[in-house]
Structures are given as structure tokens and as C-alpha cells.
Design a protein around this ligand. Structure first.
Ligand code: SLL
Length: 260
């Protein structure tokens, strides 16, 4: 209907998503099965776009909500070493599972349902296979160690924001409120450590995004804001001092008639 193709001005509405990957070392049995076709493959991995909240009864990161009410297609552009590297996924779960040996950048294009009237968006994810310990640590754990320490997780939380949405699209969004994040994690992994400290942190469970993490992030942002205000104040005072000094010097020059 024509009047429903009207944008609702001043309204912002968002949907929380996560994107990223989980990777597991292939067992010797799986490697045997791949021996003829892909003898150099070491890992199996899944790259996905999901709702941010995790379902309590499932052992995956995020994915409590079906996002197909606003996402029509997700295209995962893999490395050119893969056959048909551009993979279109037109229904949930919006994910691709593959095996391989190397990490690379995956381009993720999200196309919205036609009603949204929104352009597709592009995200980038670096496929992570190895549980690097600390940043800059030269030790890459051997496959045996990595196998024992369980899956590697690398996930990014984001919010898709729709400004001035069309009335019909707004109605669709309002009819599908996202599952709220749990207050604090139900599982043992400190999620924010899992990508930095893969070996230790990925032991013992599937990470989960929580309201607690959101709060901690808000505290970090607020601390940074305060630090900036303090710095700004410090430099403002310095600037005023220098201005004063300059004015005095100018006065001296005028009084003494020094030509510079
Ligand atoms: C690297 N820049 O050199 C990366 C490229 C490509 C990984 C990694 C699959 C290979 C296949 C695969 O793991 N590609 O299926 O033949 O580390």
C-alpha cells in the first residue's frame, strides 16, 4: 500500500547480531576421510551471522533468534582456494561450514528483505583457526594441544541500526523483538578473553554474549571519556599559560621598542 511506503522519521531501531567463526581441529579419523581429496586440511570451521543471544538449550554462540524476518540473504566470500568461493545462504542458519588449513579474510554481505528498502551491508571477518595465546606470543600450539583445548571462537557483536524505517518494515521489526542477552554468563568461559587467550579460555564451554559484557564495555567507554576530559583540561590550561606568556612578551617588545 502506497501510504505504508512512508518512512517513519526520527525513529531508530536496531537488531543485535554477532558474526564470526568457530573452528575445531580435525580428528585423525576425519583427516583420514579427507586424505584423498584434501590431505592438507587441518580444521573444520563454521562462519556465521546470528542473533546475539544464545539459546540456553544449545551449545552454540548466539543464534537464539531466527533473523530471516529481516535478513534475506547472507553471502560469504571465501578465499579463492575454495571452489565457488562466493556462497549465498538464503535461509537460516546463515552459515557456511568448511574444512581447510589456513586463515583468511571473509567478506560477509548481508542483504535485507525487500520491504526494508535498505542497501546491503558489508562486514569483514578474519577466519580464526589457531588458539594464539597472548598477542605477539611466538608459540603456535601444536595441533595435538589445540585439539585437546577444544574449539576456537572468534565472534564480533554488532548492532544493525535502521534509521527512519519504512512503516511496514518497522511493523515487521516490532513484531519480532530480539531475545534479550542473559544478565551474566551461564557458561564458564570469560568470553572477552577467548579470542586473546584462546587456549585457556576456550576450555570448558561455549562463549556467550551477556548484559554483563555490555555493562563492562560501557564502563570502559565512560573511563575513556573521563580520561579525555582530564587531558583536554590539562592542555587547555597549558594553552592559557602560553597565551599569557605570549601577551607578556608582546608587551615587553612594545615597551622596549624591540623590533623582531
Ligand atoms: C594463507 N592467506 O596463506 C592464507 C590463505 C587459504 C586457506 C589461506 C582451503 C584450501 C583448499 C584453505 O584452507 N585455504 O580447499 O584447497 O595462510
Amino acid at each position: 500500500m502506497a501510504n505504508e511506503r512512508v518512512r517513519v522519521r526520527g525513529v531508530n531501531i536496531h537488531r543485535p547480531i554477532i558474526y564470526g567463526n568457530t573452528a575445531t581441529v580435525l580428528t585423525s579419523k576425519q583427516r583420514e576421510q579427507l586424505a584423498a581429496t584434501a590431505p592438507d586440511h587441518t580444521h573444520t570451521w563454521t562462519v556465521a551471522v546470528r542473533g546475539a543471544a544464545s539459546a540456553s538449550d544449545q551449545d552454540i554462540v548466539g543464534g537464539a533468534d531466527d533473523l530471516s524476518y529481516f535478513i534475506k540473504r547472507v553471502t560469504f566470500k571465501l578465499h579463492d582456494t575454495y571452489p565457488n568461493p562466493s556462497r549465498n545462504v538464503d535461509k537460516p542458519p546463515f552459515e557456511v561450514t568448511e574444512t581447510g588449513w589456513g586463515e583468511f579474510e571473509i567478506q560477509i554481505r548481508i542483504t535485507f528483505v525487500p520491504d526494508a528498502g535498505e542497501k546491503p551491508i558489508l562486514l569483514y571477518h578474519h577466519l580464526k583457526l589457531h588458539p594464539w595465546t597472548a598477542l605477539g606470543d611466538p608459540e603456535i600450539p601444536s595441533l595435538d594441544v589445540a585439539l585437546k583445548s577444544g574449539p576456537v571462537h572468534s565472534w564480533q557483536y554488532d548492532e544493525l541500526v535502521f534509521n527512519d524505517p519504512f512503516q511496514t518494515f518497522l511493523n515487521t521489526l516490532l513484531a519480532h523483538p530480539p531475545t534479550p542477552l542473559v544478565r551474566s554468563r551461564r557458561k564458564p568461559v570469560p568470553f572477552h578473553l577467548s579470542h586473546l587467550d584462546g587456549l585457556e579460555a576456550s576450555k570448558g564451554g561455549t562463549p556467550e554474549f551477556t548484559q554483563q559484557m555490555e555493562k563492562e564495555e560501557a564502563v570502559r567507554l565512560e573511563d575513556a571519556r573521563k580520561a579525555i576530559v582530564v587531558e583536554e583540561q590539562k592542555w587547555r590550561l597549558k594553552f592559557l599559560e602560553r597565551e599569557k606568556e605570549l601577551a607578556q612578551l608582546r608587551k615587553m617588545v612594545d615597551e622596549k621598542g624591540i623590533v623582531v
